[in-house]
Design a protein around this ligand. Structure first.
Ligand SMILES: *[C@@H]1O[C@H](CO)[C@@H](O)[C@H](O)[C@H]1NC(C)=O
Ligand SMILES: *[C@@H]1O[C@H](CO)[C@@H](O)[C@H](O)[C@H]1NC(C)=O
Ligand SMILES: *[C@@H]1O[C@H](CO)[C@@H](O)[C@H](O)[C@H]1NC(C)=O
Ligand SMILES: *[C@@H]1O[C@H](CO)[C@@H](O)[C@H](O)[C@H]1NC(C)=O
Ligand SMILES: *[C@@H]1O[C@H](CO)[C@@H](O)[C@H](O)[C@H]1NC(C)=O
Ligand SMILES: *[C@@H]1O[C@H](CO)[C@@H](O)[C@H](O)[C@H]1NC(C)=O
Ligand SMILES: *[C@@H]1O[C@H](CO)[C@@H](O)[C@H](O)[C@H]1NC(C)=O
Ligand SMILES: *[C@@H]1O[C@H](CO)[C@@H](O)[C@H](O)[C@H]1NC(C)=O
Length: 473
């Protein structure tokens, strides 16, 4: 018995070492930790002082994730910070910057920081400042021997990689078109969940009309639960329904096919900029770990691009009428919670490898991808491995040019100006006509709104993070 146990342990150890030997590079992207609520559902208005900021809980969540990654990737991640091996980038938002700092404290914890050179004279520790003093008596650079790590960022305007939705001019138009196209599915969903909406409406004394409302409300509940605030007690079934509806809402928001393919392009281009040199054996710097600190929008977009989630798989989970005979969904993830993350592992096989029919040759690069720690099925196969070449080809075929999809062209602005000048003689006539048309449209829209109260309302989305900034543009 004991012998068996020992052999099993040895086998496990060998297989761990094997995986470590094959791992070449890790790319991590995640959502920040718990924050103060955004928007105005439930008790959000009572918490304006923490509006969108990372909370104490959020810091702890990312610290814990950092420690876990340090353990799971020990032997691959260096024990102490090495500037050539680690690169960290964050969106320029307080909560993502602070999440990165918190996670890095777990990854390179107190005790792994720098130490002053031997026999250093105290005078060299003093800053250039009148009456300067040395406040730390140990030879640690910083108290408790902590390590600080550089976190790179780019301002929101122009950061297409980490804030693609807020730099996309016609995002709203594309999404609205998609909603119209999917109206019958949306009606079906809202009908199935009437009872759920009623229960939540009663609990918060405000009408929940559709899954976007449910999403906005759930988002405040998620904050409140994480931050130790009171949330009404719901049955597990109601909680599950809310998670499910929030996940659908996310997929409707970004899964207009062109939009999804355009919004993902800057991220994946950046991803391949890191991985291509490794595969071409040109990783001269020795970079091992890239960390992007970002938002639920990013985790959602990438998850949808990689077939980790979709409207179709979510509907098939619950409704017979949306199940198709020969359609298998290997993954179906819910929406990204706080700290939700995607970890791309780039491996180089040192022997032929096989998993459920998918084969990797010796000396071939392949990917494994984790969503929230779980290895996902890749490349439309029932397998968690996919060769780098196949993955690369699939993504290249999938991507559409971001600026084209978003209609962010300079050219277009100039054209509009040009036209305005050409027609300047008709300006006054135009103005009068315009007023009449606007008044007519306003009346028509008013009547339409009266008719279709359950129509999805975009203003409800002002409380989705990253969208909060979008609206202040
Ligand atoms: C970031 O924090 C500062 C205060 O530290 C605050 O003034 C600012 O509004 C915050 N920015 C965002 C985007 O929340
Ligand atoms: C730092 O101080 C500790 C004891 O306080 C000593 O053991 C260690 O050698 C010192 N290291 C350096 C680099 O000075
Ligand atoms: C540090 O000081 C000790 C004691 O004065 C001495 O033996 C040692 O050589 C010094 N080390 C260096 C690197 O200067
Ligand atoms: C939960 O969702 C199902 C549809 O999947 C619905 O039939 C049921 O009424 C909902 N439960 C509650 C308590 O609202
Ligand atoms: C290798 O990378 C360097 C920069 O890091 C670049 O200048 C060079 O062109 C690359 N070589 C190949 C073969 O891609
Ligand atoms: C840091 O990483 C580089 C590249 O992997 C390596 O050559 C170097 O020895 C490392 N430095 C330390 C102090 O471990
Ligand atoms: C996702 O699924 C579609 C088919 O629905 C396929 O064309 C695409 O290549 C898949 N993407 C990846 C990354 O496997
Ligand atoms: C995938 O393979 C596993 C066995 O590794 C099997 O249990 C499962 O049913 C398969 N899933 C699908 C959707 O074929």
């Amino acid at each position: 018995m004991r012998n068996l146990l020992i052999s099993v342990l040895i086998l496990l150890l060998i297989s761990t070492i094997q995986v470590q030997a094959e791992l070449q590079f890790v790319f991590e992207i995640y959502r920040h930790g718990a924050r103060g609520p955004l928007g105005d559902w439930y008790d959000a208005n009572e918490q304006k002082y923490t509006y969108g900021q990372l909370t104490a809980t959020g810091q702890r969540q990312h610290y814990n994730l950092g420690v876990q990654l340090r353990n799971e990737y020990s032997g691959f991640l260096p024990d102490s910070y090495n500037h050539t091996q680690i690169y960290v980038r964050s969106s320029d938002v307080n909560r993502t910057l602070m999440s990165a700092a918190s996670q890095l404290q777990g990854m390179f914890p107190a005790g792994t920081g720098d130490v002053l050179p031997l026999n250093l004279t105290e005078q060299y520790t003093l800053p250039a400042f009148a009456n300067a003093q040395n406040y730390l008596k140990s030879n640690y650079s910083l108290p408790n021997n902590i390590q600080v790590v550089p976190i790179h960022t780019q301002s929101r305007v122009g950061d297409k990689v980490l804030q693609p939705e807020s730099n996309c001019k016609n995002l709203k138009q594309k999404t609205e078109e998609f909603y119209k196209e999917k109206q019958s599915t949306i009606d079906f969903i809202n009908k199935q969940f009437e009872q759920t909406y009623q229960s939540y409406s009663k609990a918060v004394n405000r009408e929940v009309k559709n899954f976007n409302n449910q999403h906005s409300l759930e988002s405040v509940f998620e904050c409140d639960r994480a931050n130790g605030r009171y949330v009404p007690d719901f049955t597990q079934e109601l909680k599950d329904n809310s998670t499910y509806l929030t996940s659908l809402s996310w997929n409707f928001l970004f899964n207009q096919p062109e939009l999804l393919r355009g919004l993902n392009q800057p991220f994946f281009s950046s991803f391949f900029d890191y991985t291509d040199p490794i595969v071409k054996k040109n990783n001269t710097e020795g970079l091992k770990w890239v960390m992007f600190s970002a938002h639920d929008t990013n985790v959602q977009l990438i998850s949808a691009a990689l077939n980790f989630t979709s409207i179709d798989c979510l509907l098939a989970l619950r409704f017979e009428e949306y199940r198709k005979k020969d359609q298998a969904f290997y993954n179906c993830e819910y929406y990204p919670h706080f700290t939700s993350n995607i970890i791309f592992e780039l491996h180089l096989s040192d022997k032929p490898t096989e998993e459920n029919g998918v084969q990797i040759q010796q000396n071939e690069y392949y990917l494994k991808i984790r969503r929230d720690g779980k290895f996902m099925k890749l490349c439309e196969k029932n397998s968690t491995i996919c060769s780098y070449n196949e993955f690369n080809q699939r993504i290249q075929q999938f991507m559409l040019n971001y600026d084209t999809v978003c209609q962010n062209t300079e050219q277009q602005n100039q054209d509009t100006t040009q036209k305005a000048e050409d027609y300047s003689t008709y300006y006054i006539v135009g103005l009068i006509l315009q007023s009449v048309i606007i008044a007519g449209c306003a009346f028509y829209i008013f009547q339409l709104l009266q008719k279709q109260k359950s129509l999805l309302n975009f203003e409800q989305f002002k409380d989705i993070e990253a969208a909060d900034i979008r609206n202040s543009q």
